[in-house]
Design a protein around this ligand. Structure first.
Ligand code: ADP
Ligand code: MG
Length: 242
C-alpha cells in the first residue's frame, strides 16, 4: 500500500500550561484514510499540526515512516492560501521547475483544464480549492493532511469536492488525515473515524463499507447517529465546564 505510516506515542500538547491533548496513542497504517471529528476547540487542528511537524509535542513521540525515502507531507486548509499574483498553473508549480506538463495533467484531473492562465481572483471558492488540492497532489504526498478543506463551501460544491477527492484517492492511494465537522463527510470518505474529546481519542471507529459510498446507505446512517451522539455529549460536557 502506498503512503506513510504514522505513529503517535503518549503525545501531549499544552499551550501556556493548559493541556489540549493528554496522552494520544495512535497508529495509522499506510494508505489509510482517517477522519478526525470533535467539538470545536478539542485539539483537532493541533493534532494535525503536530503530525505535520508544524508544532512540537510537549511530551511523547511522533513518527512518520515511508519505505525507501523521507515521507512527503502536504497540507490543505479551509482557506485555499493561493498566491493572488500567480496564475492557476504557477500556484500549482510553486517551488517546482519544469513540471508544467504534470501540473496541466493534474489540473485536468481536478476539472480545471483551460483555466491554467487565469488568476485565483476569477475563480469560485470550489475552483480555488481544486487548485489548492492540485498544488498538494502534484507532490504525490505520502501523507495528505486536510483541515476542514471543504468547510467553507456550499453543500453542492462540498459534495462535488468529496466525490473528486474519493476518485483521486481511488486512482492513487495515499495516507490521509482529514479534520472535518461534517460527520457525513467522514463516513463517506474514511476507513476510520476518530472522535477527539477531553484531550484524547474518545471513539475509534473502523469502517468497512464498500466504495463508492452512498449517503443513503442505512449502515452509514446508523453510524452517523452514533457519532453525532458522541459529538453532542462532548459539546454538552464542554458547555457544562464553561
Ligand atoms: P480544533 O481544531 O479542534 O477546533 P484547535 O486544535 O485549533 O481546536 O485548538 C485547541 C485548543 O488549543 C483551543 O483552546 C485553542 O485555543 C488552543 N490553541 C491552539 N493553538 C494554540 C496556540 N498556538 N497558542 C495557544 N493556544 C492554542
Ligand atoms: Mg481546527
Amino acid at each position: 500500500m502506498s503512503g506513510a505510516e504514522v505513529s503517535l506515542r503518549s503525545v501531549k500538547k499544552s499551550f501556556a500550561g493548559r493541556a489540549v491533548l493528554h496522552a494520544v496513542d495512535l497508529d495509522i497504517a499506510a494508505g489509510q484514510f482517517v477522519s478526525i471529528i470533535g467539538p470545536s476547540g478539542a485539539g483537532k487542528s493541533t493534532l494535525l499540526r503536530l503530525v505535520a511537524g508544524l508544532e512540537a509535542p510537549s511530551a511523547g513521540r511522533i513518527e512518520l515512516h515511508r519505505a525507501g525515502h523521507k515521507a512527503d507531507v502536504r497540507l490543505m486548509f479551509q482557506e485555499d492560501r493561493l498566491l493572488p499574483w500567480r496564475t492557476v498553473l504557477r500556484n500549482v508549480t510553486l517551488g517546482l521547475k519544469g513540471r508544467d506538463r504534470e501540473a496541466e495533467a493534474i489540473l485536468r484531473a481536478v476539472g480545471l483544464d483551460g483555466r491554467e492562465n487565469e488568476f485565483p481572483v476569477g475563480l469560485s471558492g470550489g475552483q480555488r480549492q481544486r487548485v489548492a488540492l492540485a498544488r498538494a497532489l502534484i507532490h504525490e504526498p505520502d501523507l495528505l493532511l486536510l483541515d476542514e478543506p471543504f468547510g467553507a463551501l456550499d453543500a453542492i460544491t462540498r459534495a462535488a469536492m468529496q466525490l473528486l477527492l474519493a476518485r483521486l484517492l481511488a486512482a492513487r492511494p495515499r495516507t490521509v488525515v482529514l479534520v472535518t465537522h461534517d460527520v457525513e463527510e467522514a463516513l463517506l470518505l474514511s476507513d476510520r473515524v476518530l472522535l477527539i474529546k477531553d484531550g484524547g481519542i474518545a471513539r475509534d471507529l473502523m469502517l468497512d463499507r464498500p466504495r463508492p459510498r452512498h449517503r443513503g446507505d442505512p449502515a452509514l446512517g446508523a453510524l452517523k447517529e452514533e457519532l453525532l451522539d458522541g459529538l453532542l455529549t462532548a459539546e454538552g460536557s464542554l458547555s457544562a465546564v464553561a
